[in-house]
Design a protein around this ligand. Structure first.
Ligand SMILES: [Zn+2]
Length: 274
């Protein structure tokens, strides 16, 4: 076992974005345009590799922050800029994380533009510039990690997210799947079961505090003898669930049977700390 990883959490707009992503997952149809972009034609392919460390939810968070930056922020940022604000939101965020980057003012000067005449597209162009030459991707990744940290604790949100993805997997017929991806699938077009990596087990055990999420039976003893029976896919593989850290929970065998019979993906019961 490696040493525990400690990361600095700086919380810039973390709850704002966590709340926004939560709202999108509660009512995905009101966000159908950005979601179509995310899921696009071939994008289901990004959910096939089992258990990426940058989880499917990380990718989703990055996509949402990025599309908000381009589509919504450009306009409102431009307005507040014209009213005299000195810095763009992205500059404030990068400063917050001590990233080195060229300021918007510097970019304007180099592109021979003046502040009073900028249009929304200039701000989008600056974002593009930052993506190529600056730490914009790094900013998105850092922020996604912090937002993930908040959302990962909420199993209902994870359920909603994984439901959304499962529709993408369900919609694909086996004939539509690319040759090179076939090894991920079973004949019925659903993803194969794979062994769950140790880091996923650890993350899930800690989040669910070593207990069955439904009846709170202690499962830590069983885990130490290497049983994987208690790691359950929140959205089952059989109905399009994916192999992602966000789709795994601790569930005892008894509750697993009840879950199958009653079709209740997860539990929203949590043990109080005091
Ligand atoms: Zn149980």
């Amino acid at each position: 076992m490696g040493k525990p990883q400690i990361s600095e959490i700086k919380y810039i707009e973390t709850y704002y974005f966590a709340n926004m992503i939560n709202n999108i997952l509660r009512d995905p149809f009101s966000y159908i345009r950005p979601l179509n972009d995310f899921f696009g034609d071939e994008n289901y392919r990004s959910f096939l590799s089992p258990f990426p460390k940058i989880s499917a939810l990380h990718s989703f968070i990055i996509f949402i922050i990025d599309s908000i930056n381009y589509d919504d922020l450009s306009e409102s940022e431009n307005e507040s800029f014209k009213r005299g604000r000195r810095k763009l939101w992205v500059e404030i965020a990068m400063g917050h994380y001590d990233f080195k980057f060229d300021s918007f003012d510097k970019w304007l000067k180099e592109n021979k533009k003046i502040r009073a005449e900028i249009i929304d597209d200039d701000i989008a162009d600056y974002f593009r510039y930052l993506s190529f030459y600056g730490p914009y991707e790094e900013l998105l990744e850092t922020m996604s990690d912090e937002i993930f940290f908040v959302l990962f604790l909420n199993r209902k949100t994870l359920q909603r997210f994984n439901e959304l993805i499962s529709h993408q997997i369900q919609e694909k017929t086996i004939e539509e799947i690319e040759m090179e991806d076939l090894s991920f699938f079973k004949k019925d077009g659903m993803l194969k079961r794979v062994s769950i990596p140790k880091w996923v087990m650890r993350a899930v055990i800690h989040r669910d505090r070593g207990m069955c999420v439904s009846c709170h039976k202690d499962l830590t003893g069983l885990i130490s003898v290497g049983s994987i029976n208690n790691f359950d896919h929140i959205i089952p593989l059989a109905i399009g669930g994916i192999n992602d850290v966000t789709n795994i929970q601790l569930l005892c065998e008894n509750c697993n049977k009840t879950k199958q019979a009653q079709n209740i993906p997860t539990s929203i019961k949590y043990e109080r700390w005091y």
